[in-house]
Design a protein around this ligand. Structure first.
Ligand code: CP3
Length: 344
């Protein structure tokens, strides 16, 4: 199958002369136009649930930079909210949620078919984007992977070591596994609806996969991802899936096979030359420039971007950062990265 969308070609396993490029958190606070639209919406969650404005902020980095992919503007914590958790954001601190740590709290979550009542505006955003994006730009939908979503649902906030989630996993396996299963089912339903609305690729963010050790890494990061991938592939065999088990380190090896995903996204904790030899041999990879270069810029940015492109040049590669761009980044550095990828 041939496409004029370079992201879809790379995801199909094609080696391209110039890797397609997009950037995690490309719609975000480093862009003045994002801050202006967010102010119009009132707050972050109102922006997520306003299809016109969510589509607008999704399009802003496409207009400014001409990235090869747009990522739906939403958040991984909307699914917990749709399942019945209270969710709010504290400015300067991050998300807060009501917690799920007991069998009763787990049982009180909403039934799966009810999640779409809350999530319908997200599907509207996708429909708007499919009609407004340039024909060469791929639309990526996403969700959090079950472990990462569970870490927020159990702790009620972000935590440096995911301690509360590890404590529940080790202390009450039945409730922990029940929650993982619930999120897994909800994610299959949520991503199916995103695909039905027009998402051309979906990505699973397992931001905290790296804190799972031993068998836990496979049981609670990789296995739920594999379950979601298998369910989506059964229904939508032609929709590529990107999995991002951040912090996997040496365990990045063999994850194409273990997850069933078309592309494995790499953080900046692994060296590109190593990853080319040990991960890219099995399929498309995405990554892995350190986000700090978007703050510091200069020759280091250029050198590191060239090094990553060279390391991955003999196989399918989507250029991206190793994690999201930060609010203190300079928009000019993003342009320098793109010019370096496209111009050599
Ligand atoms: O541009 C894009 O990447 C698309 C939209 C997107 C957002 N969050 C918007 C957002 C995506 C794909 C996410 C994923 C997400 N959300 C993850 C996984 C990726 C990662 O970063 O590890 C996680 C863990 C979350 C949960 C979350 N959302 C946290 C912890 C925070 C607060 C920290 C922060 O950066 O402020 C958010 C808020 C959030 N999600 C913002 C954006 C643009 C900033 C909100 C604002 O405008 O104030």
């Amino acid at each position: 199958m041939t496409h004029n969308k370079t992201i879809l070609r790379a995801l199909a396993g094609e080696t391209l002369e110039t890797p397609p490029i997009w950037m995690m958190r490309q719609a975000g606070r480093y862009l003045p136009e994002y801050k202006a639209t967010r102010a119009r919406a009132g707050d972050f969650l109102s922006l997520c649930y306003n299809p016109e404005l969510a589509a607008e902020v999704t399009l802003q980095p496409i207009r400014r930079y001409g990235f090869d992919a747009a990522i739906l503007f939403a958040d991984i914590l909307l699914l917990p909210q749709a399942l019945g958790a209270d969710l709010w954001f504290v400015t300067g601190e991050g998300p807060r949620l009501s917690t799920i740590t007991t069998a009763d709290e787990l049982a009180a979550l909403k039934p799966l078919d009810a999640i779409h009542d809350t999530l319908n505006p997200i599907y509207e955003t996708i429909k708007i984007l499919r009609s407004e994006l340039p024909p060469e730009t791929t639309l990526i939908g996403f969700a959090g992977a079950p472990w990462t979503v569970a870490t927020y649902m159990i702790a009620g906030k972000g935590t440096p070591d995911q301690g509360p989630a590890h404590a529940l996993k080790d202390g009450n396996r039945a409730v922990f596994e029940g929650l993982i299963n619930r999120i897994t089912e909800g994610t299959i339903s949520y991503l199916s609806a995103q695909i039905e609305a027009g998402a051309e690729v979906v990505k699973l963010f397992d931001s905290w996969a790296g804190s799972l050790e031993g068998a836990d890494f496979y049981d609670f990061s990789i296995k739920p991802i594999q379950t979601i991938v298998a369910a989506l592939k059964a229904k939508y065999p032609h929709v590529p899936i990107i999995a991002f088990p951040r912090g996997a380190g040496e365990r990045y090896v063999d994850l194409h096979a273990a997850t069933g995903a078309d592309c494995i996204a790499l953080d900046d904790g692994v060296d590109a030359a190593w990853a080319a030899e040990h991960v890219q041999i099995d399929g498309c990879v995405q990554g892995n420039l350190a986000s700090r270069h978007m703050v510091t810029g200069g020759q280091d940015l250029v050198d590191e971007t060239r090094r990553i492109c060279a390391a991955f040049k003999n196989g399918p590669h989507i250029f991206n950062l190793g994690h999201g761009i930060t609010p203190d980044a300079n928009p000019d550095n993003v342009q320098l990265m793109i010019d370096t990828v496209r111009g050599g």
